[in-house]
Design a protein around this ligand. Structure first.
Ligand SMILES: Nc1ncnc2c1ncn2[C@@H]1O[C@H](COP(=O)(O)OP(=O)(O)OP(=O)(O)O)[C@@H](O)[C@H]1O
Ligand SMILES: [Mg+2]
Length: 543
């Protein structure tokens, strides 16, 4: 070690300094690694939480339009991509800037030490920095665009694959029942492979960006030597500049890699921002009107509604007033708009024309939360979650105690089911409610609606698919359970229900209304519909 001379002390101090610096560097890199990892994890969680919250508030038409693939993609891969690259961006950019500054100072010092005056030394530093920066920038820009475009295509392919996977897993019994495993596996395999192919393209373009920057240094070094020779530069200066180029190129190469990362992240960022910026089609009123007391009067006023892209409206001039506290059966052919009518009442969609009123107030004037807590919809294909029975029953009634839940179960005649399930309210429901029969699912779903103690109940085909005796019993139980409340009940068996009134929907409007006996006596279409239903029940329902 020249300069230390014979001094043992000097040598020891130098070695200690080296070890100290080394350890400090190790500690810094550990800190940087863990901090960046923490930052990434938190950022990913933040993005996911915000997106998930936003998606849960979007109306059904939104989810129908976009489908699960892109939404799952945004929540998983996109969120990770954003966090990974954004989290790395700041330390990496800092590294690049620090590298360039250290290089400039070292080279400048080296040149002046070799006898080059300060002015020309600064010029050399600027020229080398500029040339390499520009060449690298061009290389990064040209491949960066392609990288970004291929990343967008990879994102779309991933969305398709995720959508297909979700659908296949959701419908695995359907696939097996049709012995279609081979067919579906091939379909899925093609999509997953397509996604991998797209990903390969992305890797190719970003690798090309990296290798182009290496080409830059290969070209730049001889070019600089030639330029220096032509300019009669001193050999000592050249001897200082050339070895330092590798270090500089490493710093600039990191900048190129950074740019590639930015291009890779753009599609994920754009999509997350686009999803978050979308204003929901079902808007909350600017100034919601509170509902102190709800009697439960329902009125459809010249309601017209068409689904997006449909040629004809489903409902076209529905006028219907339903007094409070009555059980009204909604009857009509398949596809006549019964479900749609109920969905308008809870604002799963808004009418294109006309109004839906609750106690004389347009439902669009109420906050969605208030509306849906007072008007409970039991969907045609209602879903139970893979949680305990208690947590399922508390879905819309988080504060309900066990007594309330048991009372709801009693009214929905779900008590025998509670007794049968090991653990009662603590029993777990399997994914897809696979451990329950069709009628058990419906009874629990009914109890869940009743636990909320709503003023208006909308029940969509509670009895569909059940054998006649079971349907009859369920409808009788419902009739007792909803006493005193407004209840709109879509049913295929108004003859079993004994509703206060039956509303017969046909051709997008109310074709007739009255008691079941009146309609059966006077309305030909109604009579034919019921005859068909009874026939179907006798053929298959009792089996
Ligand atoms: N989300 C949707 N997007 C597009 N069209 C829809 C949607 N839901 C229903 N439709 C269409 O609207 C029409 C009415 O559907 P709706 O579900 O209201 O009928 P329904 O009377 O409840 O029938 P069912 O007795 O079979 O349950 C149908 O022709 C259906 O194809
Ligand atoms: Mg329906």
């Amino acid at each position: 070690l020249p300069g230390c001379g014979e001094s043992r002390l000097g040598l020891t101090a130098l070695l200690a300094l080296l070890v100290g610096v080394g350890l400090l560097a190790a500690l810094c890199s550990l800190l940087q690694g863990t901090l960046v990892a923490r930052l990434n994890a938190r950022l990913a969680a933040d993005v996911r939480v915000r997106l998930a919250d936003h998606l849960l508030r979007q109306p059904p038409s939104y989810h129908q339009r976009i489908g699960p693939g892109p939404l799952l993609g945004a929540l998983t891969a996109d969120a990770e991509m954003i966090a990974l690259h954004l989290g790395n961006l700041v330390p990496a950019a800092f590294g690049v800037a620090a590298g360039a500054v250290v290089w400039s100072l070292t080279l400048g010092g080296g040149l002046t030490g070799a006898g080059v005056p300060v002015g020309p030394a600064a010029l050399v530093v600027a020229a080398v920095l500029g040339t390499l920066g520009l060449a690298n920038g061009l290389a990064a820009w040209s491949t960066g665009r392609r990288t970004g475009a291929s990343q967008e295509r990879a994102q779309r392919a991933r969305d398709v694959a995720l959508g297909a996977l979700t659908e296949a897993l959701d419908g695995v019994e359907e696939i097996q029942a049709h012995a279609a495993e081979d067919q579906e596996s091939a379909r899925l395999g093609w999509r997953l492979r397509e996604q991998a192919r797209r990903q390969e393209r992305v890797a190719l373009w970003s690798a090309l960006g990296g290798s182009l920057t290496q080409v830059v240094v290969v070209v730049a070094v001889p070019a600089l030597v030639v330029a220096a020779t032509l300019l009669d530069a001193p050999t000592a200066a050249l001897a200082v500049v050339l070895p330092s180029l590798t270090f500089l190129q490493a710093a600039i190469g990191s900048a190129t890699a950074l740019w590639t990362q930015v291009r890779l992240t753009r599609p994920a960022l754009d999509r997350a921002a686009g999803l978050l910026a979308e204003t929901p089609a079902i808007a909350e009123p600017a100034r919601p009107r509170p509902l102190e007391h709800l009697a439960g009067r329902v009125r459809f006023e010249a309601v017209r509604f068409a689904y997006a892209g449909a040629e004809r409206p489903v409902l076209d001039g529905v006028d219907l007033e339903i007094p409070e506290g009555r059980v009204t059966a909604i009857v009509g052919d398949g596809g006549s708009g019964k479900t749609t009518l109920l969905r308008l009442l809870v604002r799963f969609a808004d009418p294109d024309a006309g109004r839906v009123l609750l106690d004389g107030r347009d439902v669009r004037e109420l906050s969605l939360r208030e509306l849906r807590s007072r008007v409970a919809l039991l969907r045609q294909h209602s879903k139970l979650f893979a949680r305990s029975v208690r947590d399922n029953l508390r879905l819309g009634a988080a504060a309900a105690d066990d007594n309330t839940l048991r009372a709801a179960c009693r009214t929905a005649a779900a008590e025998p089911l509670l007794a049968k399930l090991e653990g009662g309210l603590d029993a777990m429901i399997d994914p897809g409610a696979a451990n329950l029969s069709g009628s058990e699912r419906r009874r629990l779903a009914l109890a869940r609606v009743l636990a909320r103690n709503p003023s208006v109940l909308l029940l969509d085909e509670l009895e569909a698919g059940l054998p006649q005796a079971m349907a009859e019993r369920l409808l009788a139980d419902v009739r007792a359970a909803v006493r005193g409340r407004t209840c709109l009940l879509v049913t295929h068996r108004p003859d079993l229900l004994q509703a206060d009134e039956v509303v017969f929907l046909a051709e997008g409007r109310v074709a007739a209304r009255g008691t079941h006996e009146e309609l059966e006596r006077t309305v030909e279409g109604y009579r034919r519909l019921l005859a068909r239903r009874r026939e179907a029940a006798e053929e298959g329902g009792e089996a």
